[in-house]
Design a protein around this ligand. Structure first.
Ligand SMILES: [Cu+2]
Length: 743
């Protein structure tokens, strides 16, 4: 189908009624749809104006917008000094970090909510990717980002279960007819001299790559100026939107090849036939997703339903969306120590290294500044009552271990980072603070409090959490990241702080009581030892298996880890001497595999009939942890086994020289326990080296071409992504594949 041509008949005006309806109270009369209504901040002509306009109204809307004033001013681009336009928030004093910017200077922004369910189902809403001014921190100048509708994150799109929504995703990233270049520079920190023979590791300059600041050489010489990564200066905007976690046809799923040039509009229909949960939309362009998402292209999408409504979970101002992502910031050249000046722009700064065959590669980007909703280390004042926090890890590659700490009486040493490697770090952790109620795909059957108070989140994962701030009246809390061992972290270089909550000292009335049961529809999936699937009291008589291995970097000279789609060999088939993966099942049976495909464009091998149940086996044969994401449906983890690791985290049974397991890997032992959170409905899981993970999904309710991939965006862009298809069973009987018709 051709991209629909927007007309004034079938499209709302940019910004749309829903988008402008910020009152969030449900009582405000809708705005008349007037041409040119847009929430997007106007491109400032002068620096002075930019101060007035850089902050679209994001703080709780009900305090802000008397509806009468709103409706008399349908064009809500405000002139400077417009009465209801909020003044730029005065930054808070903040406290020193170890990294050149103060923490907790900025208030946490909240994206506006688009109540998409309010409009007729056949009337699409328009969401435009566009350049917009942003300010990542109060103490640095404004810069520009690629945004959805001017916001970081984009507007939160709210829908109702079983009520479909059409969205026209527009690529508006152009100026004067030209596609925009990236709004930041991508630099490559040169590799160190080659490591001595036999020394494990890579010759990347992790220290320099993790330091705050730096810039591309073109802006001036200096020891922290670096060359641009090849071809990134010529990269221009081409976008495609994926709604992560949505059950929808392949046509609407953001197929990576289907990028749109500026001016292109892609209409997607989302049936929303799935449980209430937190999804998110983000760019998924082939091979450059990491750059487009880093530029700012992501937002929340939430599904609500009656079951969830009956729980009367904290809502309105007490429901917070927290998109966590790390960024580095560009700095002016040659600043004396301690006087670093940031330009305001983001900086994509990677450590280069040399692979075994001399090919150059880059370590996935991790960065020193942790942002929540586009602000570095923000702070939020909360009432002393229950809140719902919708957590999203929107980072490129960082895996967080989040916990809540009471820092009221903490003594800070000026100019030093709070690091999780500090022996005193755990003392202020409040292990009961975070109550998990939901995961990627829906609510848990019952609330779950992690034993250590820590929630692990890999890129792409969502966790729905409740916090009872009434137990912290008058206290100052911090969300901290206890994972101090990110890829390029050195002691003192990773600030554990993520954001701050300042809890009001007054008692407030709060009718919310934590329910014992959250989701009566949740049924735990079981896979018995004889291979039978049992869903509740229903036995599934047929199911498929998909087999995927991830192998460490360096295989046949590859600089990146690879994802291999595996083909199970028939009895008696000669596996050859290389590229052979052998596993031993719990019943002693040895399974032998060869890679059937390793690149995205290799031949298709995973095909399901619509209505199939399928077990995905993900076998991690060494290398970094990978947050694996499978599109189209929500899954449950069935098993998580572990092979013991050897020195350097390698899997002893896997021989990189032959890319094989010379002997069958033994029956794996028990792995990390499957907690109630891990057993929740999910679409993304962090898979650690040596793990064999089985997840089960129901491929019912959608058809088409879909993708699965590592959600480390650098890995996804570098070969760790593959397609699969779902077609009606009746069509599959006619479908010619290698070896005959599919059966
Ligand atoms: Cu990965």
């Amino acid at each position: 189908m051709a991209t629909p041509t927007p007309t004034s008949q079938n499209l709302p005006e940019p910004g749309s009624v829903e988008y402008a309806d910020l009152a969030q109270t449900g009582s405000a009369p809708p705005l008349p749809a007037a041409p040119g209504v847009s929430l997007a901040p106007v491109e400032p002509d002068t620096a002075e104006e930019s101060d007035a306009l850089e902050e679209p109204p994001r703080e709780p809307a009900r305090e802000r917008t008397p509806s009468a004033e709103k409706s008399s001013h349908p064009n809500i681009r405000p002139p400077a000094g417009f009465p209801w336009w909020p003044p730029r928030p005065v930054p808070l004093p903040g406290i020193d970090s170890g990294l050149g910017l103060k923490k907790f200077r900025d208030r946490l922004p909240q994206p506006p909510i688009v109540r998409a369910w309010r409009r007729p189902e056949d009337s699409p809403i328009r969401v435009r990717a566009e350049l917009a001014p942003v300010r990542f921190h109060a103490d640095i100048p404004p810069a520009q980002a690629w945004t959805y509708e001017g916001g970081l994150p984009g507007p939160t799109i709210e829908v109702r279960r079983d009520r479909s929504v059409r969205i026209d995703w527009e690529n508006g990233l152009e100026r004067d007819g030209h596609a925009l270049p990236l709004p930041y520079d991508v630099v490559r920190v040169p590799e160190l001299p080659p490591l001595p023979p036999g020394q494990p590791g890579v010759n990347a300059d992790f220290r320099a790559a993790a330091l705050p600041g730096g810039r591309a050489t073109a802006k001036g010489p200096g020891e922290d100026s670096y060359p641009r990564l090849a071809h990134t200066a010529e990269l221009t905007a081409a976008t495609v939107v994926h709604l992560h976690g949505a059950l929808t046809n392949g046509h609407n799923d953001g197929w990576a090849h289907n990028v749109a040039l500026p001016g292109g509009v892609t209409r997607c229909t989302y049936p929303n036939r799935q449980e209430a949960t937190t999804l998110w939309y983000h760019d998924h362009a082939m091979a450059v997703t990491r750059f487009n998402v880093f530029a700012g292209l992501s937002g929340f999408y939430i599904i609500r339903d009656d079951q969830e409504a009956r729980l009367r979970l904290p809502s309105g101002d007490r429901e917070l969306f927290l998109g966590v992502a790390d960024r580095n910031l560009e700095s002016e050249p040659n600043a004396p120590a301690g006087t670093m000046r940031f330009t305001g722009r983001a900086l994509y700064k990677q450590a280069g290294f040399t692979g075994a065959t001399g090919i150059k590669g880059e370590i996935p980007v991790t960065a020193p500044f942790t942002m929540v909703n586009g602000k570095v280390w923000p702070t939020k004042d909360v009432d002393a009552c229950w809140y719902r926090l919708r957590l999203l890890n929107g980072s490129s590659s960082r895996i967080y271990r989040l916990s809540v700490h009471d820092t009221t009486d903490e003594k800070f040493t000026p100019g030093t980072a709070v690091t999780s490697t500090d022996p005193a770090f755990g003392a202020r952790r409040k292990s009961n603070a975070l109550v998990v109620i939901g995961t990627d795909g829906g609510l848990l059957p019952a609330p779950f409090t992690p034993q250590d108070g820590i929630i692990e989140m890999g890129p792409g994962e969502r966790v729905d959490v409740l916090v009872d701030f009434s137990t912290f009246r008058g206290r100052t809390l911090e969300v901290r990241n206890e994972n101090g061992t990110a890829l390029n972290a050195q002691p003192g270089q990773v600030e554990a702080s993520v954001m701050q909550f300042r809890v009001d000292g007054r008692r407030v009335f709060d009718r919310f009581k934590l329910p014992a049961v959250l989701n009566g529809d949740y049924v735990r999936y079981r896979h018995t030892d004889d291979g039978t699937l049992i869903i509740g009291d229903k036995v599934i008589d047929h199911h498929g298996h998909a087999w995927v291995a991830v192998v460490p970097p360096g295989i046949r000279g590859a600089v990146h880890p690879e994802m291999w789609e595996l083909r199970q060999l028939e009895e008696g088939e000669d596996p050859g001497a290389t590229d052979v993966i052998r596993l031993t099942r719990a019943d002693g049976h040895v399974l032998t595999f060869k890679p059937a495909a390793t690149l995205f464009d290799d031949t298709l091998t995973i095909r399901f009939s619509e209505g199939d149940w399928a077990v995905w086996n993900i076998v991690h044969l060494g290398g970094p942890a990978h947050p694996m994401h499978i599109h189209m449906t929500e899954f449950q983890m069935l098993n998580r086994w572990q092979w013991p690791l050897g020195p350097g985290g390698a899997l002893p049974g896997f021989d990189p020289a032959t890319a094989s397991t010379p002997n069958p890997l033994p029956v794996p032992g028990p792995g990390r326990p499957i907690t109630p959170q891990t057993a929740g409905m999910k679409d993304t899981w962090v898979v650690q080296p040596g793990e064999w993970v089985q997840v089960l999904g129901d491929f019912t309710g959608a058809t088409g071409s879909f993708m699965y991939h590592c959600h480390i965006l650098d890995h996804e862009d570098h070969t760790m992504m593959r397609p699969f298809t779902v077609l009606p069973k009746s069509i599959m009987a006619f479908h010619d594949v290698h070896g005959g018709v599919h059966h």
